[in-house]
Write a protein that binds this ligand. Structure first.
Ligand code: GTP
Ligand code: MG
Length: 215
């Protein structure tokens, strides 16, 4: 019997080529958006990266594009404070979102990001898939559940991406996977595959490129 929510398989050479070609295209920072009125035209395939502060969203975008300094990453949670749009080839937007669940900024500031984040996740027509990043050491927390429920309500397909796989032992990973699978089973908008990644080691990067290229 196959487990529900299997880990996405590494693409074979021919499939990986699709992802490689897309991500060999020109990537650029387009703009940082602080209000829904500032969103760029909804004229191409868009995927976004959501997750708790510090989970590795910006770092993952850098790993996917092979450009270390493209999205600003940092060890300080709350680094990304706007919705950052990156163009990928002429066909895609990659969207780096501010983290949620971060309690160390002035409350009005946090509320402003969180409101914008929620508006974006539930109101962006061309959003093809939301990748929801979950730290492979910690699993799904209650703040994540809130976002997953919002995506269910907006009927935005989301896919769980486990990050920092290099920091977790195989035995601990199995426990986290059980927890993640049980949580995902309750969400109708969950795509039935999990991606296991390490931006540090490169694990899962070709897989994720391929997923985006074949949307
Ligand atoms: P916010 O913008 O604050 O929401 O954070 P973020 O989710 O964009 O996280 P960011 O990419 O800035 O990464 C946070 C920290 O985690 C940085 O110190 C990264 O180097 C580290 N990190 C990200 N991905 C990995 C990974 O795969 N492995 C390891 N070991 N560290 C990682
Ligand atoms: Mg960030």
């Amino acid at each position: 019997m196959t487990l529900p929510f299997p880990i996405a398989e590494t693409p074979d050479a021919a499939e990986a080529e699709l992802g490689r070609i897309l991500f060999a295209g020109q990537t650029d920072f387009l703009k940082g958006v602080v209000a829904m009125s500032g969103l760029p035209p909804a004229d191409r395939t868009e995927v976004c990266f959501a997750g708790r502060s510090n989970v590795g969203k910006s770092t993952l975008i850098n790993a996917l594009t092979g450009r270390k300094g493209l999205a600003r990453a940092s060890n300080t949670p709350g680094r990304t404070q706007e919705i950052n749009f990156f163009t990928l080839a002429d066909s895609h937007y990659l969207v780096d979102l501010p983290g949620y669940g971060y309690a160390n900024a002035p409350l009005p500031v946090i509320e402003k990001w969180q409101r914008l984040l929620k508006q974006f996740l539930s109101g962006r027509q061309t959003l093809r898939r939301a990748f929801v990043l979950i730290d492979a050491r910690h699993g799904i927390k209650s703040v994540d559940q809130e976002i997953l429920a919002l995506l269910d309500g907006a009927a935005v397909t989301f896919q769980c991406v486990l990050t920092k796989a290099d920091k977790v032992k195989a035995r601990d990973l199995d426990k986290v996977l059980d927890q993640v699978r049980a949580a995902l089973a309750k969400h109708p908008a969950a795509f039935p595959e999990i991606v296991l990644t390490s931006s540090e080691k490169g694990d899962g990067i070709a897989t994720l490129r391929n997923i985006i290229a074949t949307l």
